[in-house]
Ligand binder design. Structure first.
Ligand code: C6P
Length: 405
């Protein structure tokens, strides 16, 4: 699907054609996104919301149109609910500080799951330390899906927030977030969905999903680095305090008292990444022009094909094989005597053959510990990958296995 739009895919790595299967870490950028960054700095760069002059007004308009586009992408009720951040990690830290400040007290509980990325564990852990709250963990079943029955048992009148990944960055599994949200709301508990790995692969409707918060990064959806989103329902964002002070987030400042700006600016202290938001709006246009459903279907078929090829290899163990996934497949390779071949060694030999995959704990150590391995090899697809990429990857993997056995 439109490989020619991504200039980096013409690069050679170790004199081989690049096969890029590390899309869960970050995606490559189409020419329209690269051009948007050059255009912004070449033609209308100026600080937003500050100047009466022409360039500042152009920059402001493009930044706010991008916010509108993001709101449409996830079907938010209004663009006031879209806070631009530096990325998923920044969004989660901001939420943990703001929500934590206002809503969490000694003895309260926050629920996350066993398969979370560190960005959806550590900010909550830090909050718990600050406030004397307790972090509870939804366990996994043997098939590596979330144990929803156990989750029901964890919910109590002490629970203040549930924060779970929509799609696991390690396993690629799609978690039952609809059910989790329904169950949490029955008890009046708010839910944050970590959409870092789902927004790029699945059509997202926050109103239908009814999540209270959604966080994601532009760079995992063909957009630039350094830009992310914290979506929150307006009634929550109105209630929550800002976490960073500075320009832009204020209404009036005096030494006696400062009043805060309206949404979403209350949460956006300082000069925002308006070049990033503009470039991201071009990435959204790009994906929408192909069709979100189309992209999701194509990537799903490719990920299924990739998993099928891996499952055929007798010395490869695929995690959560056969489960409904989006984008990523994790596996390990075993020797004939049952010994694990270190994922790092597999990754290095794939790289020598021009194939980029990620190896290690994928910033999800509690899950990797649970799997009882030092890490996994993860292949993750994007819209520009092809069946041929998968075939090259599998052939390179077979070669690596022969060398390492
Ligand atoms: N996962 C991966 O290779 P940032 O780094 O802020 O853009 O995203 C953090 C993050 C949060 N949640 C999930 C589910 C994620 O997958 C990620 C980023 C990358 O898996 C880099 S560690």
């Amino acid at each position: 699907m439109r490989r020619e739009d991504f200039p980096i895919l013409n690069e050679k790595v170790h004199e081989r054609a690049l096969v890029y299967l590390d899309n869960a870490a970050t995606t490559q950028k189409p020419q329209v996104v690269i051009d948007a960054i050059v255009e912004a700095y070449s033609h209308w760069n100026a600080n937003v919301h500050r100047g009466v002059h022409h360039l500042s007004q152009v920059a402001t308009q493009k930044h706010e149109e991008a916010r509108e586009k993001v709101a449409q992408l996830i079907h938010a009720q209004s663009s006031e609910e879209i806070i631009f951040t530096k990325g998923t990690t920044d969004s989660l830290n901001m939420l943990a500080r703001s929500f934590g400040e206002a809503m969490v007290n000694d003895g309260d509980e926050i629920i996350v799951s066993q398969l979370e990325h560190h960005s959806n564990i550590v900010p909550w852990q830090m909050l718990c330390e600050r406030k004397g709250a307790v972090l509870k963990v939804i366990p996994l079943r043997d098939d590596l899906t979330l144990d929803v029955e156990a989750f029901k048992g964890l919910l109590s009148e002490k629970t203040r927030l549930v924060s779970v990944a929509h799609v696991s960055n390690v396993l690629g599994i799609i978690n039952p977030v609809e059910e989790i949200i329904r169950l949490a709301h029955e008890k009046g508990v708010a839910v944050c969905v970590d959409g870092a790995q789902s927004v790029p692969h699945l059509a997202m409707d926050v109103q239908q999903l009814d999540c209270d918060f959604l966080v994601f990064s532009a760079h995992k959806m063909y957009g630039p680095t350094g830009l992310g989103v914290l979506y929150g329902k307006k009634e929550w964002l109105d209630k929550l305090p800002p976490v960073e002070g500075g320009g832009e987030m204020i209404e009036h400042v005096s030494f006696e008292k400062t009043t805060y700006n309206v949404l979403p600016y209350k949460f956006e202290a300082g000069t925002p990444n308006y070049v990033g938001s503009y470039a991201f709006s071009k990435a959204i246009d790009y994906v929408q022009a192909i069709g979100l459903e189309e992209v999701a279907k194509y990537e799903h078929e490719l990920a299924v094909y990739l998993e099928e090829q891996l499952v055929l290899l007798s010395n490869v163990r695929v995690y959560a094989a056969g489960q409904e996934k989006a984008g990523a497949v994790s596996f390990n390779v075993y020797k004939a005597d049952g010994g694990l071949i270190h994922p790092f060694d597999v990754g290095v030999l794939l790289d020598r053959q021009g194939v980029a995959v990620r190896t290690g704990h994928h910033c999800a150590e509690p899950l990797i510990d649970y799997l009882g391995v030092p890490g996994t090899v993860r292949a993750s697809v994007g819209l520009y990958n092809t069946k041929e990429d998968v075939d090259v990857f599998v052939a390179a993997l077979k070669k690596a296995i022969m060398m390492l056995e």
